[in-house]
Design a protein around this ligand. Structure first.
Ligand code: ADP
Ligand code: ADP
Length: 226
């Protein structure tokens, strides 16, 4: 079953006289539950694609369908709700809120929607993350790996259909990196989520079901590898 589709997606950044064609005519289809690795040189358009898939930016041309919904037909307010409920984002530098504890960071998407967090569900998530004894710590009191696990928690707490990760291990040593990837795969498998991850590490890309390679804004390879 298809969960994500792009049709002729293009993105041009314009600043003053300068015009950057970051993404050119990208049409892809991704199935529910797939683990997709996005690879390619620096500056090739990977982050731009990820942002467009998650409703973080608007395309210059083309469409993005998430679970059948043409997301950029939504006005900003509805798109913000979509981002919170339907996609989870994980960034290289975690993007945690420094004044909130690990628990508060994880439950933030629910709080923003005025929802109470079911205690047994939170316990399930915090145990999965291995952060039970760290939930009252602030980001500055956590190691890089713990901060990234916290951000995984924030990304999955709403059980979004799609989890988008932009070099989630780019700032971690190789041992911690492996732990974070293992956790991420376990989490998305538990909640049947689709995982799309930008990575420079071949050892991570090799674990994916599909590898999409981007060069100069175009998809030059899109291969199901398992
Ligand atoms: P990657 O993630 O593969 O490194 P990006 O998607 O970040 O590539 O960038 C693709 C191209 O778009 C690059 O040339 C980059 O400089 C440019 N770019 C990215 N974001 C912006 C922006 N907000 N404004 C202008 N140019 C941008
Ligand atoms: P599914 O998508 O598999 O139907 P459910 O929405 O039924 O999942 O939730 C399964 C579990 O997750 C339940 O234990 C439920 O209490 C918990 N849960 C789901 N959403 C929330 C939420 N917003 N706040 C707290 N607990 C939640």
């Amino acid at each position: 079953m298809e969960i994500l589709r792009t049709e002729n997606l293009s993105k041009i950044y314009e600043s003053g006289q300068e015009k950057v064609e970051a993404l050119k005519d990208v049409s892809i289809s991704i199935k529910k539950g797939e683990f997709v690795a996005v690879v390619g040189p620096s500056g090739s358009g990977k982050s731009t694609l990820l942002h467009l898939l998650g409703g973080l930016d608007r395309p210059t041309e083309g469409r993005v369908f998430v679970d059948g919904v043409d997301i950029y037909t939504m006005k900003e307010e509805k798109l913000a709700i979509f981002r919170r409920r339907q996609v989870g984002f994980i960034f290289q530098f975690y993007n945690l809120v420094p004044v909130l504890t690990a628990e508060e960071n994880i439950t933030l998407p629910l709080m923003l929607d005025g929802k109470k967090v079911d205690k047994s569900y939170f316990d399930e998530v915090i145990n999965l993350l291995g952060l039970k004894d760290r939930k009252n710590h602030f980001p500055s009191q956590l190691s890089g790996g713990q901060q990234q696990r916290t951000s995984i928690g924030r990304a999955i707490i709403y059980k979004p259909a799609v989890v988008l990760a932009d070099e989630p291990t780019g700032n971690l040593d190789s041992k911690t990196s492996k732990e974070v990837i293992d956790l991420l795969r376990l989490s998305v498998a538990r909640y049947q989520q689709t995982l799309i991850m930008i990575t420079h590490e071949m050892s991570i890309a090799e674990q994916a079901d599909r590898i999409i390679r981007i060069e100069d804004g175009r998809v030059v390879k899109n291969e199901v590898v398992r």
